[in-house]
Ligand binder design. Structure first.
Ligand SMILES: Nc1nc2c(c(=O)[nH]1)N[C@H]1C(S)=C(S)[C@@H](COP(=O)(O)O)O[C@H]1N2
Ligand SMILES: [Mo]
Length: 571
């Protein structure tokens, strides 16, 4: 046979390779989905995008929001790319396997288990090891993820073992499907047929000299045989449970609540728990089993600590009201809430562990392998807590059940949810968002905004949605926030900064919370007015007036609301 015929003869084998790769990808995806669902193990279609996300710079990250429809669209794109990747790689490996097992040297070597030659076994074992080791190295930082809350160090081992099991399962399925779809019984007839047809070609030399031994071992691939169709049917049938599991994940996904804001005219001093703003990097948030959960404290300390949920009782219980705000909260927007938290001081835990003098910062990890860091000054601050209650109830799942960090002086991302590990470290490590280029300063500047009467828009170009009648009394209300510095006073201007009047602070809160304020305005004349506020923090520093966007250190500037005042009603 000449080279072209040789290739043509292999087409059925390649088709069976595609079939084997596709069926193996379905089987693997199904087992991955079950592992995720039952054991909380993060499979590659989820972990690869999660690993890549912090490597993107902020501008790319935000332009992808634009392309894919926000953070949630980007998350869906990530998962779908992961699944496409699994199927693409699956089919490539299936075809490569078919080509290797059908190669000349493979046909000459003896067959081992599953009808595969030595080269085929070397290929498949090599591929599994290469992919496994490659993924372990690449995914290393996210391997401690475990969405049912297995302890941090156990989780990494579980993830590594799961990767191996998934890839072995994949390879085994490729071999099995290939083996059962290529017929060995028909081999001798096939060889006769092949030899007979070869005589018709110019390649008579090959046809006459070919020994049965060198061609006879070529199995005949039969994609359309009963077994081929059976394999295809099994693969197709498994799509249904896979689809059902994916549907469950979809309805459990963060798409429905990620980015929830607390805003509008009904803002209360304490945010009701179910209205608390939410931000998460995850597609499906952890659902931690409190009985499995442990907090590991490791690193530059005298005594390692591993505590269960019950061990939290051993420390002084602290009730603290404090406000949490995301770094991407635009001026006048609602990624911003205030609550009563109950927990223990991080300082008390660290002191019982005995922190070394060379400790530089704490690296905090969540069950979702989210990582963030802050300096020892914050870690040892009396206001930095490990909390397990919000507003008198256990933390809801989406806010970090069973235990999260609350660090009032810093932006929301530092408040790690579902915390499972504290490493006291001696050099600087960047957190999930910091790697994208956020920061390096994570201290919120003092800000104030207006939420009533009803507004539209944010920042420096907001408007009151309703017309105001000249001569009527308008109650303007807003919030003011200065991280852990407190609010001393708020002033309001209704004439674009020409004059400022003091606002009444009707909810002062504490140094760690927002303050709510009001100002009664009676516009005398119709026209357009620019209304805004300025706060002074507890140290006496006024809020910065120079506007700044959220990237990379959070927004600042006035929340300028344009009011349209119309003629009074005359009867
Ligand atoms: N483990 C973990 N912690 C996390 C996050 C996360 O994705 N995973 N997101 C952070 C961000 S960006 C913010 S703004 C806050 C939001 O907390 P909340 O959803 O309880 O309001 O959690 C932070 N902690
Ligand atoms: Mo955030």
């Amino acid at each position: 046979m000449n080279a072209r015929q040789e290739w043509v003869r292999r087409i059925p084998n390649v088709i069976v390779g595609v079939l084997a790769g596709a069926v193996a990808a379905i089987v693997t995806a199904l087992v991955m989905a079950l592992s995720r669902s039952w054991f909380g193990i993060m499979p590659p279609p989820e972990s690869v995008p999660d690993r890549v996300a912090p490597l993107l710079d902020i501008d790319t990250f935000f332009s992808m929001f634009g392309t894919y429809g926000g953070y949630n669209g980007l998350k869906q794109f990530g998962i779908m790319s992961g699944l496409r990747g699994l199927f693409t790689v699956g089919i490539i490996v299936g075809v490569a396997y078919a080509l290797v097992i059908e190669s000349r040297c493979s046909r000459r070597s003896p067959r081992w288990f599953l009808g595969a030659s030595r080269p085929a076994w070397i290929f498949i074992i090599g591929a599994v090891l290469a992919v496994w080791i490659g993924f372990v190295i690449f995914l290393w930082p996210v391997l401690p993820a475990n969405f049912i809350g297995l302890p941090y160090s156990t989780s990494r081992i579980v993830s590594i073992a799961a990767l191996l099991i998934w890839y072995v399962l994949f390879a085994g399925t490729v071999m099995l499907v290939y083996r059962t779809t290529t017929s060995r019984l028909a081999r001798s007839q096939a060889v006769t047929a092949a030899d007979a047809s070869a005589v018709d070609t110019n390649d008579t030399k090959n046809a006459t000299t070919a020994t049965p031994a060198s061609t006879a071992v070529a199995p005949i691939a039969r994609p359309l045989s009963r077994r081929g169709l059976l394999n295809a049917a099994v693969g197709a049938a498994l799509v249904y449970p896979l689809y059902e599991l994916m549907k469950d994940f979809y309805y459990d996904a963060t798409f429905f609540y990620d980015g929830t804001v607390y805003s509008g005219t009904g803002i209360q001093p304490i945010t009701p728990t179910d209205e608390f703003y939410t931000v998460t990097k995850n597609v499906v948030d952890p659902d931690v089993d409190r009985d499995l959960w442990e907090l590991e404290v490791r690193g530059a300390i005298d005594n390692d600590i591993t505590m269960s949920f019950g061990d939290l009782d051993a420390y002084e219980q602290i009730d603290q009201e404090s406000t949490l705000m995301c770094i991407s909260n635009r001026i006048g927007a609602g990624l911003f809430s205030n609550a009563n938290w109950r927990g223990i001081r991080m300082r008390d835990v660290l002191e019982s562990a005995g922190v070394h003098d060379d400790a530089y910062e704490v690296k905090l990890s969540g069950a979702d392998a989210f990582v963030d860091t802050f300096g020892m000054d914050y870690a040892l601050d009396e206001n930095t807590l490990l909390v397990y209650q919000i507003n008198g109830e256990p933390l809801p799942r989406i806010h970090g059940y069973p235990v999260r960090v609350i660090v009032p002086g810093l932006y929301g991302e530092k408040n790690v949810k579902w915390i499972t590990r504290i490493d006291v470290i001696t050099e600087d490590v960047e957190g999930f968002y910091e790697q994208q280029g956020w920061g390096p300063d994570f201290v919120p500047p003092t800000r104030s905004d207006i939420f009533a009467p009803r507004t539209a828009g944010a920042g420096q170009s907001a408007i009151f949605r309703e017309e105001i009648r000249a001569g009527s009394q308008v109650e303007i209300r807003g919030r003011a926030f200065a991280a852990d510095r407190g609010i001393r006073s708020v002033e309001v201007t209704t004439d674009d900064g020409a004059t400022w009047e003091p606002a009444e602070i009707y909810y002062p809160g504490t140094d760690l919370t927002w303050s709510l304020w009001r100002y009664i305005w009676t516009p005398e004349e119709p026209g357009e007015y620019r209304v805004y506020s300025r706060a002074v923090d507890g140290t006496g520093t006024p809020q910065p007036s120079e506007p700044r966007g959220i990237i990379p250190q959070g927004a600042r500037g006035y929340n300028i609301v344009t009011a349209t005042v119309v003629e009074p009603l005359t009867l």
